[in-house]
Ligand binder design. Structure first.
Ligand code: C2O
Ligand code: CU
Ligand code: CU
Length: 487
């Protein structure tokens, strides 16, 4: 098993089967009839397993032990994996603005690692730059204040060349920050706050957590056809007739999701990478690139008891792409089953959710051309491949800049910046628009082929070296990353 040719052809077969199901669905079969049985490898009538809520962990004095363990991916099914504190996904860290995070990483793996807090505004020594990777048996102490507004952040390893494999084997989790502005909204909490860490994996139990990328995977990015939520293959969730908060993280390698509901009900978006939007927006679908988060409100009161809805990835075409991959194919991500019961009435959502000031006008502009020089070669930024010791950009602390990402390649690149946040200004070419759910503060922006995206970045946090990279994990590991120094 593993890397044998049989494994490869089985993967190809699963992909073709999934695409066939997608074609049938778009050919007029009602969505609700096709739900849940397109890619089921078995296990229950609908082939679905209960979504597991992540465990929680306080941020002061936490221990983070990264070690080999066993991933339970469904009823009676498990696979060898690498886990933080023995759980999958990693424990959810919950901090509050004004608190201090003190976390000790213990590397109990067989290779170097370091943890990065994606989207959290930390000083450079706490940012998990690959040059801080610790050897097996080593430890790394993080100590930083939570200075930012409420939001859905996450963490994952960041050792150079090894990020994809370590996330793939199970090392990733949520980092949630709360504050008074968010408290005042009375958003659904407890059982009605659902965290969903999305990944696409091989559906075969023995292959699901094994990292053996093909040459095609290394170029395109690893795409598989079976959705996992919080490490559970083909998850389902029982809901009561009430309003829920659904916080979704794309922790995949390369997969872009276009989130939407099977019955066409619009999604109410209240937040994204950097926290709450200025106001809620209703949209039919949401593109979610790797590393991005989206914060949704869903109301299940209109759904009859016994009824089912599917959170899907709706099919889409990658603009201008000649690359033959399963990117954009339809997927059934999370089945929602209406159970008995209703919730107490929730407060009405105010029309203004959050105060999002304009970043100010830019004092400088920088262009980042995203390139794939030749098939088989690695993706680059401005012709450069990552060099740990080289500083590629220097920005004076306190400055606002316009950064322009121009995609000159045939693949999507979700671009991510450490150490600060930005606001998306324009998108030309390709999809040709900034979507309403991309307003507010973000740390990752999806740049599809043919697209040029400009963002306004405020460098107002810390001096030091941070990273700019593509969050396609194969692109990142192969060097589509630059060192950015705030001076
Ligand atoms: Cu999700 Cu460099 O980070
Ligand atoms: Cu990050
Ligand atoms: Cu990329």
């Amino acid at each position: 098993m593993g890397t044998d040719p049989g494994g490869l052809s089985r993967r190809r077969f699963v992909r073709l089967a999934a695409m066939g199901a997608a074609a049938a669905a778009s050919g007029g079969v009602p969505f609700l009839l096709s739900c849940g049985d397109s890619t089921s490898p078995g296990g229950g009538a609908s082939g679905r397993s209960p979504l597991r809520p992540p465990q929680s962990l306080g941020i002061s004095g936490a221990s983070f032990a990264a070690a080999p363990g066993v991933a339970v991916i469904g009823p009676d099914e498990s696979a060898p994996a690498w886990l933080i504190n023995g759980v999958l996904p990693g424990p959810t860290l919950r901090g509050r603005r004004g608190e201090r995070a003190q976390i000790r990483l213990l590397n109990q793996l067989t290779e170097p690692t370091i943890v990065h807090w994606h989207g959290v505004l930390v000083p450079p020594e706490a940012d998990g730059h690959p040059r801080f990777a610790v050897e097996p048996g080593g430890t790394y102490d993080y100590d930083f204040p939570i200075v930012q507004r409420a939001g859905t952040f996450w963490y994952h390893p960041h050792p150079h060349h090894r990020t994809a494999g370590q996330i793939h084997r199970g090392l990733a989790g949520f980092f949630l920050v709360s504050d008074q502005e968010e408290d005042a909204l009375g958003l659904p909490s407890g059982e009605r706050e659902i965290l969903l860490l999305l990944q696409d994996r091989d559906g075969e139990t023995e292959l699901a957590f094994e990292y053996a990328p093909t040459d095609e995977d290394l170029h395109v990015g690893m795409l598989r056809d079976v959705p996992f939520g919080n490490g559970i293959r083909l998850p389902a969730l029982d809901v009561i007739g009430a309003r829920y908060r659904l916080r979704v993280l794309n922790a995949s390698h390369a997969r872009v999701y276009r989130l939407g509901l099977s019955d066409g009900t619009p999604l109410t978006v209240i937040g994204n990478d950097g926290g709450l939007l200025p106001s809620a927006v209703n949209v039919d679908s949401v593109f979610l690139g790797v590393g991005e988060r989206i914060d949704l409100l869903l109301d299940f009161a209109p759904l009859a008891v016994g009824g089912r809805l599917m959170l899907k990835s709706l099919p889409f075409v990658v603009p201008g792409s000649a690359v033959d991959s399963s990117q954009g194919s339809e997927m059934d991500l999370l089945e929602l089953r209406r159970a008995e019961g209703t919730g107490a009435g929730d407060p009405e959502l105010p029309s203004a959710l959050s105060d999002v000031p304009s970043p100010g006008s830019p004092a400088a502009e920088r262009l980042f051309a995203l390139e794939s020089p030749a098939p088989g070669d690695v993706h680059r930024i401005n012709g450069l491949s990552f060099d740990m010791e080289r500083v590629d950009e220097q920005i004076p602390l306190g400055r606002v800049e316009r950064w322009v990402f121009r995609n000159d390649s045939a693949l999507p690149h979700p671009m991510h910046l450490h150490g600060t946040q930005f606001q998306v200004e324009t998108r030309t070419g390709g999809r040709g628009a900034v979507y309403p759910y991309e307003r507010g503060w973000k740390d990752t922006v999806l740049v599809m082929p043919l697209e040029t995206v400009s963002v306004l970045v405020r460098f107002d946090q810390h001096r030091g070296i941070f990273l700019l990279h593509c969050h396609n994990l194969q692109h990142e590991d192969l060097g589509m990353m630059l060192n950015v120094e705030v001076v």
